[in-house]
Design a protein around this ligand. Structure first.
Ligand SMILES: N[C@@H](CCC(=O)N[C@@H](CS)C(=O)NCC(=O)O)C(=O)O
Length: 332
């Protein structure tokens, strides 16, 4: 694990704050693809390329959005190896599920960042959206990329759906904010804490939030009412990894997601929606986390379990509202 400083690679673990808390760095590339011509990046078939990891929950947001919209043909992908070592993310097509860098043929993802900005300073993260036309990175912030894939590529999507409709968009944004610190980032704050107090603070907030959303999902089908939204995808990418890695590797072990009946049904409904299971690579998830954080797991031994029963009936119809598969079929 490391970072680029003025285009040069340095190896260094995350710097905690003075109380041992994990602090997630800001993202650098914040360009936007827009269909109204307001930015230099117009949506166009085959112009953009996504760099992803099957292991990463942030990249997974973009992979799910790409699948739900039917953008696989319009936006191709390169997939890094699951192992992230001293040199950061790397390409190794001999690893099942991983690919070469289809754009630059590079060995390490950091080369893509340096190609976009020779003086780049910051972490080298996935996901990354690359523009073939200008030869640069458009954006590397998953929340913004998910919104672009949701709204800006409608003309290229094989079955476009709107996962942030105007009338509920403010509530969707507020819900994405509400789950980010305690849940999406919370598992990392627990796992990367370097003091007992910071760990306990993160785990406390995490399970308070999981308990809260479990109640909500008992009353309504989705986080924002009766229709699926971006917020659901963002919760899903953390929950699908929870029992596999966060519970044991990041010590988030007060409960498992299978112990939350509503949340577990919610996970299964999303998993079973067309195209989503193909974005879930449990080998990459397991191997990445257990092997890539030597401070957390110095032996790099990969835990064997658990077996998840993701294909059993989710039963979420009982809560009412619109199913994700139904939304895709309706094309709205
Ligand atoms: N804010 C970014 C965070 C992405 C991120 O942290 N990705 C992780 C993988 S799960 C990564 O690439 N980490 C490499 C590093 O921090 O060196 C986003 O949401 O897109």
């Amino acid at each position: 694990m490391g970072r680029l400083v003025d285009g040069e690679w340095t190896t260094q673990w995350y710097e905690p704050d003075e109380d041992g808390r994990f602090v997630r760095p800001q993202t650098h590339f914040r360009g936007r693809v827009s269909r109204d011509g307001s930015t230099p990046f117009a949506p166009s078939d085959g112009r953009y390329h996504l760099y992803v990891s099957w292991a990463c929950p942030w990249a997974h947001r973009t992979l799910i959005m790409r699948a739900l919209q039917g953008l696989e043909r319009a936006i191709d992908i390169s997939v890094v190896d699951h192992y992230m070592g001293e040199d950061g993310w790397r390409f190794d097509p001999s690893v099942p599920g991983a690919t070469k860098d289809a754009i630059l043929g590079s060995r390490y993802l950091r080369e893509v960042y340096v190609a976009a900005d020779a003086h780049y300073t910051g972490r080298v993260t996935v996901p990354v959206l690359w523009d073939r036309e200008t030869g640069t990175v458009v954006n590397n912030e998953s929340r913004e990329l998910a919104r672009m894939l949701d709204h800006e590529f409608v003309a290229l999507a094989e079955h476009p759906i709107d996962l942030a409709p105007a009338d509920t968009c403010a509530e969707i944004e507020a819900t994405i904010d509400a789950i980010y610190e305690p849940i999406n980032n919370g598992v990392y704050k627990a796992g990367f804490a370097s003091s007992q107090a910071a760990y306990e603070e993160a785990v406390g907030e995490l399970f308070a939030a999981l308990d809260h959303w479990e109640q909500v999902l008992g009353r309504q089908r989705w986080l924002v009412g009766d229709r699926p939204s971006e917020a659901d995808i963002f919760l899903f990418t953390t929950l699908i990894r929870f029992d596999l890695v966060y519970h044991t590797h990041f010590k988030c072990n007060r409960r498992r997601i299978v112990d939350y009946p509503n949340s577990w049904g919610f996970v299964r409904e999303l998993y079973q929606a067309p195209g989503v299971a193909q974005t879930c690579n449990f080998e990459h998830i397991r191997k990445h986390y257990y092997r890539s954080h030597p401070k957390v797991n110095p032996s790099r031994i990969v835990a064997v379990g658990p077996q998840l029963e993701l294909d059993s009936a989710h039963g979420r119809e009982a809560v009412g509202g619109l199913g994700l598969a139904e939304l895709i079929a309706s094309g709205k």
